[in-house]
Design a protein around this ligand. Structure first.
Ligand code: NAD
Ligand code: UDX
Length: 469
């Protein structure tokens, strides 16, 4: 197998950036260049004061150690392709907004453009690695495009190497992955290419954690893994509604279920609904795949995971309205947290967006505070969430605050939407004193000490916790 000396990664986003920065850190003998068309993003990766384009605990430290040594960020995509012997394609694959499969299928336009660029530029053989999450059999389309456009002497081997990192813990996940999955064609060339990539990971990942499988299994495993993880959350959230109606406590139920070693304790936390760029997109992708294979029952089964999540978000917003005497018109509601989970500044598909949209449709005023999300991002998300309403109008009802305390002052109710630790450590007595009475707290993350809040005088509602004793 070819020994990889130069890697190029196309796409300097949440996946390409951290993944290839860690490869550079762990493999000082390999030159890693991450390229992207977005100049602002590349400039941020190269910024002298390390104002990186994404927030991820531990990332800055990795970039500080490797950048300029064997890690480079550039907009020169062609040079990156030309020099590399292995190329990761780590571009975005969002849900299609228009055309065939709109609302379900993955938009593969960015993958195709990157693939065509590789074919147009490469003058020698390359291993091309799908890092993006793609529908099953995308590697075949990539190979067809590459072979139809390649130069003589340039042959391409295609691997699938989906990424399993979660945001907020990306660096830990990359340092100590549960597994690395590499899919290849089971031909001598395919197996050889697979060995080359496995060699790269073996610099820090134990061999037994590097799984090698067929191309199509690898592609499907990524969609399947996300679908099953999201299904756990939708299952526990479905049970949370039963808890709220009966007086059972979802935390206790999850604990009892998770003690069964066949189920396991992780990823059973009831919440205001899952968010993030992956779960919904990848399940819809699986639904689309099932539909196109004429497996409509399978499609309906997975679709329900997303529908349950939509229901959970709506149900939570409705609970706020119901509890505040069936109207929140002209009332001030504070939303603590706008990121889709703690320890990230990412807001893609965040439950907070749906909550704020629902509160605005009830004509409430909304204060928002998040420790990591940029103000401009919140405005962009809200304008997309309420199409047809000009931003100036939205701004009349929404205030973005610089700290939790000022966000809560004069509010009627506080909604905890992201499990940022700092929300637990707020001086809740001071918050209580600054609010209108009765003062309500809605904990969508089971984050706060509900007993303590009740003693202060708050009216407290926690997801998955029943009202009856
Ligand atoms: P992202 O939007 O943060 O980054 C993608 C980058 O690719 C962007 O900066 C974009 O400018 C660049 N790009 C697009 N087309 C390009 C081209 N032709 N040439 C050069 N650059 C180009 O996306 P992401 O969150 O990093 O996700 C990338 C892929 O990884 C997706 O398929 C996603 O499903 C998958 N994934 C994401 C996560 C996650 O936690 N975010 C986890 C696992 C897998
Ligand atoms: C997910 C997968 O975990 C990861 O393996 C894949 O590579 C990308 O998609 P990510 O979306 O970054 O990662 O974060 P994750 O920790 O999975 O959380 C997703 C959403 O589910 C968040 O909104 C989170 O708050 C929510 N969640 C998670 C719950 O509501 N309950 C849980 O028990 C776990």
């Amino acid at each position: 197998a070819v020994k990889v000396k130069k890697i190029c990664c196309i796409g300097a986003g949440y996946v390409g950036g951290p993944t290839c920065a860690v490869i550079a850190l762990k493999c000082p003998h390999i030159q890693v260049t991450i390229v992207d068309l977005n100049q602002t993003r590349v400039d941020a990766w190269n910024s002298l004061d390390y104002k990186l384009p994404i927030y991820e605990p531990g990332l800055e430290d990795v970039v500080r150690q490797a950048r300029g040594r064997n890690l480079f960020f550039s907009t020169d995509v062609d040079k990156g392709i030309l020099e590399a012997d292995l190329i990761f394609v780590s571009v975005n694959t969002p849900t299609k907004k228009t055309g065939v499969g709109a609302g379900f299928a993955a938009d593969l336009n960015y993958v195709e453009l990157a693939t065509r660029r590789i074919a147009a530029v490469a003058t020698s053989s390359k291993i091309v690695v799908e890092k993006s999450t793609v529908p099953c059999r995308t590697a075949e389309s990539m190979r067809t495009i590459l072979e139809a456009n390649s130069k003589p002497n340039a042959r391409f081997d295609i691997l699938s190497n989906p990424e399993f990192l979660a945001e907020g813990t990306a660096i830990d996940d990359l340092f100590r992955p549960d597994r690395v999955l590499i899919g290849s064609l089971q031909t001598p060339e395919g197996v050889d290419a697979c060995a080359s990539l496995a060699e790269v990971y073996a610099n820090w990942v134990p061999r037994e954690r590097i799984l090698t499988v067929g191309l199509w299994s690898s592609e499907l495993s990524k969609l399947a893994a996300n679908a099953m993880l999201a299904q756990r959350i939708s299952s526990i959230n479905a049970l949370s509604a039963i808890c709220e109606a009966t007086g059972a406590n979802i935390d206790e139920v999850a604990h009892a279920i998770g003690y069964d070693s066949r189920v396991g304790p992780k990823f059973l936390k009831a919440s205001v609904g899952f968010g993030g760029s992956c779960f919904q997109k990848d399940i819809l992708n699986l639904v689309y795949l099932s539909e196109s294979l004429h497996l409509s029952e399978i499609a309906a089964y997975w679709r329900q995971v997303v529908e349950m999540n939509e229901y959970q978000k709506r149900r939570f917003a409705k609970k706020v309205v119901d509890t505040l005497f069936n109207t929140i018109t002209n009332k001030r509601i504070t939303v603590l947290g706008f990121a889709f989970k703690a320890d990230t500044g990412d807001t893609r598909e965040s439950a907070s967006i749906s909550l704020v949209r629902d509160f605005l449709s009830e004509k409430a005023f909304v204060n928002i505070y998040d420790p990591k999300v940029e103000e401009a991002q919140i405005w962009q998300d809200l304008s997309e969430a309420v199409p047809g309403t000009p931003l100036e109008i939205i701004k009349k009802s929404v205030t973005i605050c610089n700290d939790a305390l000022s966000a809560c002052t004069n509010a009627e109710a506080i909604v905890v939407a992201t499990e940022w630790k700092e929300f637990r450590d707020i001086d809740w007595q001071v918050v209580y004193d600054s609010m209108n009475k009765p003062a309500f707290v809605f904990d969508g993350r089971m984050l706060l000490d509900a007993q303590k809040l009740k003693e202060i005088g708050f009216n407290v509602t926690v997801v998955g916790r029943g009202g009856r004793p």
